[in-house]
Design a binder for this molecule. Structure first.
Ligand SMILES: C[S@@+](CC[C@H](N)C(=O)[O-])C[C@H]1O[C@@H](n2cnc3c(N)ncnc32)[C@H](O)[C@@H]1O
Length: 304
């Protein structure tokens, strides 16, 4: 399926197939990829085996990263998410397929850690950020306003740059605590247990792309990447093997849910230089944003 957003002239393609097969035949130029595959940890996916022999799993990751590399523009980026146990695999696969390592991002979870009796509880996931070539074609240095720590008395005048530790993005947990952003079945269970938060994709897309770029998600799930890309005036290519998930992606793109709207996060980035340009000012309903500006840098572009 291909959806054109006439107003903002962006294009959103959704493929219902195996991503390796689709990637091999794709001709699009990709500027940024979010790679969030099943982690091979025996989760109950309807259309794929999440319990492959290690060798087969990492061969598949290598083949996918190679195809994505082929399609990516010079300086384009990939963000490869995995459980912390697989750090080695992520870094090895990226290196072997030609990518240049930039950061290992620690996405620190806000809910309680996965307990263990013989080691520390696990409280983060990793995201390998790498580029095609040494210099990223786009890297927007976002500024955020982290909450005050105990020893800090005053808010910083202009926030601070985002680092490689992301501890301010809440994961969508199970049950009630997942909130309304998570898709639910009629019995209130999660529709897709691995749905990523829009705040995570917002940070990735704002950091590593500009308006008009094309963002790829080979394991699209519920379409979080596409729904954020669309709001930021970027194009998207989504690939998903499970047809039930594909229906969700298409519906999500056509009928924007209140819980998917990104405007609520605008104020978190208001100290970022040129935020209006990065965000895609065309699509922003300026008046509906209740950002606390206080004369901070990015906000001035919108005459808030
Ligand atoms: C970790 S989830 C991604 C969740 C997604 N980030 C979101 O926000 O909903 C991985 C997804 O990849 C899909 N998948 C698994 N194997 C695939 C393959 N070979 N090709 C395409 N999609 C696949 C699964 O059905 C699942 O929806």
């Amino acid at each position: 399926m291909s959806l054109s957003n006439v107003k903002n002239e962006t294009n959103h393609q959704v493929f219902n197939d195996d991503c390796l097969k689709t990637l091999s035949s794709l001709r699009s130029e990709i500027d940024l990829t979010f790679l969030d595959p099943p982690f091979n940890q025996q989760k109950d996916y309807a259309s794929c085996n999440d319990d492959l022999p290690e060798k087969d799993y990492w061969k598949m990751m290598r083949d996918i990263c190679s195809q994505v590399f082929r399609l990516t523009t010079d300086g384009g980026a990939i963000y490869f998410m995995q459980r912390e146990k697989n750090i080695d695999g992520v870094l090895g696969v990226l290196r072997e397929t030609g990518w240049t390592f930039q950061n290992l991002i620690v996405w620190k979870k806000m809910s309680s850690a996965v307990p263990s009796v013989m080691r520390f509880g696990k409280a983060f996931q990793v995201i390998g950020y790498a580029t095609k070539g040494n210099r990223p074609r786009v890297f927007n240095r976002l500024r955020i306003e982290p909450s005050l720590l105990k020893h800090q008395k005053h808010e910083r005048e202009n926030g601070c740059f985002v680092t490689d530790v992301w501890d301010d993005i809440r994961e969508l947990t199970s049950g009630y605590f997942a909130g309304d952003e998570a898709f639910k079945n009629n019995d209130n269970t999660r529709f897709h247990k691995q749905q990523s938060p829009i705040a995570l994709l917002l940070r990735i897309i704002l950091s590593s792309s500009k308006v008009g770029d094309t963002i790829l998600d080979p394991f699209a799930g519920t379409g979080t990447t596409a729904v954020v890309a669309k709001q930021l005036d970027r194009n998207s290519v989504s690939i998903e093997i499970d047809s039930t998930n594909v229906e969700c992606v298409e519906k999500r793109l056509m009928e924007m849910r209140t819980d998917d709207q990104i405007e609520k996060f605008y104020k978190e980035y208001v100290c970022t230089k040129n935020l209006g340009e990065i965000w895609g000012a065309k699509s922003l309903e300026v008046k509906s944003i209740k950002a606390k500006t206080n004369g901070k840098q990015g906000a001035t572009l919108f005459n808030l």
